[in-house]
Design a protein around this ligand. Structure first.
Ligand SMILES: [Zn+2]
Length: 238
């Protein structure tokens, strides 16, 4: 069964003082039986120097294991699809990194144009903000595909996210760092079509994150959706 890790960080992190190398990602993929890996920069690195986006692209160009996503800059430029990106990462835009949403972004006149252009580009965006921010954003679009990482764990309670978006067919969730019982509950309540396997390396380990999905009491067809088919459908891969 093909397995794609749909959320990892590649390259250096200025704030954490670490670097996730290609060799490390490939080592974990080999160990876990993962065939392809979505990569994007660490937030602090992208904010310090956005050329890291081009480095992610170059790395994916030389190793086809990698699927590059674009870190969306704070001035809200949409994904430059023509360059070869397959998706985007929206991360607490202008907020306190990994901590709290900045609600003035929702009043930025540039946001409407960003959403409209992104709907046209039709690539998914891993979207991380607090629940109330995410709800307002999702109200603004019917078609833009957003992937809520960690089942919403860092933006509030996963079950609140589940309630808020269960009928929003354009909202997806990734499993990284979530616990197995919560993943199981999401699959049971909204089906496997909107759930994506992810590790969030270096914050999670590929093998143990994968084990949570492999050990779910569901059939192989359902697992295959979560492990690769959903992300492939979203990014238009084969
Ligand atoms: Zn992450």
């Amino acid at each position: 069964m093909e397995i794609i890790d749909s959320h990892t960080h590649w390259g250096p992190s200025v704030t954490m003082g670490i670097e996730v190398t290609t060799a490390e990602l490939l080592r974990q993929a080999e160990q876990s039986g993962v065939g392809r890996i979505v990569i994007f920069p660490f937030p602090s690195q992208a904010l310090a120097d956005e050329r890291i986006n081009d480095q992610v692209l170059e790395e994916a160009g030389s190793d086809h294991t990698f699927i590059p996503y674009y870190y969306i800059p704070e001035d809200l430029r949409p994904i430059p699809k023509e360059k070869g990106f397959y998706g985007g990462k929206w991360h607490w835009t202008r907020g306190v990194q990994d901590c709290s949403s900045n609600y003035t972004v929702l009043e930025d006149p540039a946001l409407g144009a960003f959403i409209e252009e992104s709907e046209g580009i039709d690539l998914p965006i891993i979207f991380e903000e607090e629940l109330a921010f995410t709800e307002t954003f999702v109200e603004m679009t019917k078609t833009l595909k957003i992937i809520i990482p960690h089942l919403g764990l860092l933006g509030g309670s996963p079950l609140d996210f589940l309630e808020a978006f269960r009928r929003r067919e354009n909202c997806y969730f990734d499993t990284a760092l979530a616990d197995r019982d919560t993943i199981r509950r999401f699959v049971k309540e909204i089906g496997p079509e909107r759930i994506l396997f992810a590790s969030d390396i270096p914050f999670g380990q590929m093998k143990s994150e994968l084990h949570k999905v492999l050990s779910l009491p569901i059939g192989d067809a359902e697992k295959e959706l979560i492990l690769s088919k959903n992300v492939k459908r979203l990014i238009g891969l084969d």
